[in-house]
Design a protein around this ligand. Structure first.
Ligand code: FES
Length: 87
């Protein structure tokens, strides 16, 4: 057996949208900037997203807070709490 090059295939996580409504976070960011929306509920007044599974909500909150539009990790409500429930 020869020694060859060991190749790793890394499956990078790439989360960039509300999958239920096919709205990218980049699109949502543009709407947020145009409307001044700083919360999920306010953004939903201008664009339809996040009304089914709601798994995108922590990502949208992170996007609104940091400007990031592509994520490589799972975010949960614990990571980005709903603004209604913050102290
Ligand atoms: S991913 Fe946004 S509502 Fe399901």
């Amino acid at each position: 057996m020869s020694r060859g090059t060991l190749t790793f295939h890394v499956l990078a996580m790439h989360i960039d949208r509300c999958y239920c409504f096919e709205k990218t976070f980049a699109e949502l960011k543009t709407v947020a900037e145009a409307t001044g929306a700083t919360r999920v509920a306010a953004l939903q007044e201008h664009v339809v997203f996040g009304q089914q599974c709601t798994l995108c909500h922590p990502y949208v909150r992170r996007m609104l807070r940091t400007g990031a539009t592509v994520f490589h990790e799972i975010l949960t409500e614990e990571d980005e709490p709903n603004e209604c429930c913050q102290g």
